[in-house]
Design a protein around this ligand. Structure first.
Ligand SMILES: [Mg+2]
Ligand SMILES: [Zn+2]
Length: 161
């Protein structure tokens, strides 16, 4: 069994800009992410991104643009010898259609738990919205609610023992 840190994307990994990130030009990594992930990687955690991307349903950007954005994110981590094991996203939005994957739903997290043999009791979620924490708790994973864009290294003493 593995232990994982589940991460919301906007406001946790990259800068929350107060609107949808519709282009890779608007995607800016937060500077504390690499040192924080190095620390947690050293403690044996894998990393999985769980993100709502309802802008796709609203046709503000496409799956292809999102994959360019995620390549930029993954390349940045790779340059620092880090990686996300997988990036799960929900492309739906309730104004267009209902789905089961969108957070606060827990299906994306549960999929990751099954696929990567993750022990939810040893794992954590970091998010900047109440729905991130709700999604994780529903999957049996303890969630931490942070402020958007803040350095969450203060959580280390709750995560690493
Ligand atoms: Mg967020
Ligand atoms: Zn969905």
């Amino acid at each position: 069994m593995q232990k994982a840190i589940f991460l919301d994307r906007d406001g946790v990994i990259n800068k929350e800009i107060g609107d949808y990130v519709t282009s890779h030009h608007d995607f800016e990594m937060l500077k504390h992410v690499v040192p924080n992930l190095k620390k947690l990687s050293g403690a044996g955690f894998i990393f999985i991104v769980i993100t709502n991307q309802g802008g796709i349903a609203k046709e503000l950007y496409t799956h292809d643009e999102l994959s360019i954005i995620h390549k930029k994110m993954n390349d940045y981590l790779a340059a620092h010898q880090l990686q996300f094991t997988e990036v799960y996203y929900c492309p739906h939005h309730p104004t267009k259609s209902n789905c089961l994957c969108r957070k606060p739903g827990s299906i994306m997290i549960e999929k990751a738990i099954a696929k990567y043999h993750i022990n939810p009791k040893l794992s954590f979620m970091i998010g900047d919205k109440e729905r991130d924490v709700e999604a994780s708790q529903a999957a049996g994973v303890k969630g931490f609610l942070i402020e958007a864009n803040e350095d969450w290294s203060y959580l280390f003493n709750k995560i690493i023992n």
